[in-house]
Structure formats: C-alpha cells, structure tokens
Design a protein around this ligand. Sequence first.
Ligand SMILES: Cc1cc2nc3c(=O)[nH]c(=O)nc-3n(C[C@H](O)[C@H](O)[C@H](O)COP(=O)(O)OP(=O)(O)OC[C@H]3O[C@@H](n4cnc5c(N)ncnc54)[C@H](O)[C@@H]3O)c2cc1C
Length: 374
Amino acid sequence: MKADTEVLIVGAGVQGCSLAYQLSKRGHRVMVIEKETIASGASKAAAGMLGAQSEWEGTGLFQEFALESRALFEELVPEVEALSGMDVSYVNNGMLKPVWHKTEEVKYQRAAGHGYGAEWLPAREALRREPALSENIRGVWSIPKDGQLRAYEWTTALAKAAKACGTIIRENTSVDRILEADGRVYGVKTNEGVVEAEEVVFTGGSAGAALLNEKEFTLYPVKGECLSVRMPQGNLRYTLHTPQVYIVPKKDGEIFIGASEKPGDSSTGVTVASIQELMKAAVHLVPELKDANIERFWSGVRPQTGDGLPYMGQTDRGLWVMTGHYRNGILLSALSGSWMAARIGGKSVREDWKHLFAVDPQIRKGGVIHADHA
Ligand SMILES: Cc1cc2nc3c(=O)[nH]c(=O)nc-3n(C[C@H](O)[C@H](O)[C@H](O)COP(=O)(O)OP(=O)(O)OC[C@H]3O[C@@H](n4cnc5c(N)ncnc54)[C@H](O)[C@@H]3O)c2cc1C
C-alpha cells in the first residue's frame, strides 16, 4: 500500500521547518505534523543570535558545523525571504563580547577560534564602535561574522517556503505515538488518526521528548527567560554577548535581553528574579538602558542532550531524529536542515559529523565546551 507521505516530520519548530524546506526543495513529498502552531516552542523564544564564534571557545568538529551553518545564512536568507514574502530581519554586522578584567582579556587574546576577522579591541576603540557601552569595560572581543535574525520570523518563513515547494503542514494535530511493525518505524498515531510514511523524522524538541522512549536518548529541558526593551531614541549598533547577559538590537529598535538558564525546568512562567538579574546585568553593560521602556517578556525551553551534542541520525528501528540543539538551534538550523535532507535522500555526507551526532551512544564521540552560559 502506498504511504500517506514520503517523509513525515513531527514538530514545526526551526528544525522541522528547515528540514521540510530542504526536502521539498529537493522534490520529496513532505508532511509536517505540529501539535500547536508553527514555531510555538523554543523557536519562538530564541534571541536569534547566529553565534558560531561567540558561543564556542576553542575549535572542533561541532564548531566547524556551526561555522558552516552561519555561512549558509548568507545565501539561504534571501532565498527563503523571496519564497515566503517575509522579512526575517537578518543583521550581519557582527557581535562584541565585552570584557571587564585583565584575566579575561588575556584569555581572549590567546583564544583559539580566531579567524574570520575576529580581533581584540581595547576600550577606546570598542567605545568608538559602540558608544553606548559602559566606559568601565577593558575592551571587547569583536566577532564580525556572528549575525542575528528574528527567530520566530525565520521559522515561519522556512515553513512558508516549504509550503511553496509542496510541503503540507498540519497544525493543531498531536502525534501521540510513533508506530512500528517488525522492528521498523512506518508512521505515527495522531489525535486524528494514523499517518503512514516511508520515513519518519522526530523534530519535536523538548516538548516532544516523551515520544523518544528509547534508552539511548538523554534529552532534558533547559528553560530560558528573556525580555525586550526599546530606547527612547535610537538603537544599539551591535549585539553584545557576555557570560551574564546578551543584548540583541533588532532592526526595528526592539532590543532583546536574555537569557536565564534553568536546567530541568519546563514551566512556562517568567520570574521577577530572572528579569531583575538580566536587567541589572544589561544596565551595568549599557548604562542608557535604564531609561529604556520595557516592551515584553517571555520564556522558552531549550532541548539539551547529556553530552551537549545534538542528535542527528537514525535509530535501529529506522526513526530519524533531529533534536537537542540546545541554545544554538537557530544558528544550526541552516546546515542541520540541508545536511539531514541529504542524508534522508540517501546522499553521502561527512562521516565525522555523522559519528559526532549519531543516535547510538557508542558511535557518538568528542564533546563540546560552551563559551559561557548567558
Ligand atoms: C530563551 C531562549 C533563547 C535562545 N536564543 C537562541 C539564540 O540566540 N540563537 C540560537 O541559535 N538559539 C537560541 N535558542 C535555542 C533555540 O531556540 C532552540 O535550539 C531551537 O528553537 C530548537 O528548535 P526545535 O525545532 O528543535 O524545537 P522547538 O522550537 O521547541 O520545536 C518543536 C516543535 O515540536 C512540536 N511538538 C512537540 N511534541 C509534539 C507532538 N507530540 N506532536 C506534534 N508536534 C509536537 C512543538 O509544539 C514545537 O512546535 C534559544 C532558546 C531559548 C529558550
């Protein structure tokens, strides 16, 4: 019997939508099933930083993936904007990592991961570039290639581009179970009935973790809270990134300030303590922010894995899994989508990345050091 679709994707977050777009662009028949609405999970909450150098210290296979993904945005953003008719507010003028102490300055001056124009700037030069910075900083680590965009708009635009290439997206439909027969996955059971597919891909993020009940997965939630403000006049010129806080000025003047890190927490509230801490760190870094008007606050739940590496591979039963991108899922979405589409389409891909992101714990290797945990 013919399946209902060739590839069925569970979850319309940034991973699911990026994969759907890349698959349907290559001519595959794709259906996405989303229990709520497009980009209603972590992908709605993200600050949208594309921090391939600000988020990694040192080098390694995982960072190579992140760097390649960051580079892909340059061609992918215009392509997706044209197909979707949306503006995703892509800003590509770099990030600054302000530093307060001599020890940090030495660390950054020695840091591996230089390249792509990254350089140390003493305070005077840093303040010339971003006059709103506190005059007490020691200097900044300037990363000209780390950009940013609006994550919700990016995810929605990917979904629209996927639809334009033939993807069917069913919202408000929950996948209750992944179905298998004779040890092979063949579809899903939803609240509206069974859907059969040649390939099933899990992109359900933290909210969908219960569907992955195999023992090889260690997936846990890390809640993050953010707020946004607007300055009475003007805007910041650069995204600012420190261990305590990041400040992300959007094109239209809204400034995102984030984010808390609460491992094991998947609740939806936003606490006074978290917002107070973020605002304090933000004003310390950019004193004029004390006069900014608060616009909104929100939270989201990042999908994190036991060893910090995403799962991008296939189980013994044939289920494809693409999740666990933790705090860099927007950055990684560009290459994750095209890389997984190539794999599902039977194309050869880099073996070392296949091993790194494998579902089988015996095959996964290496680790990742995150720069800091704002
Ligand atoms: C506060 C915060 C700030 C962040 N900032 C950044 C940043 O600046 N840069 C960056 O790169 N990343 C950032 N991230 C991380 C990024 O948001 C995530 O890594 C990414 O959004 C994960 O995407 P996803 O598609 O895997 O999951 P999600 O976006 O959570 O999508 C999963 C989808 O699956 C659906 N689903 C779940 N279960 C089912 C089911 N049973 N049936 C049907 N559908 C289901 C959900 O409803 C959801 O829509 C941030 C995250 C947070 C919380």
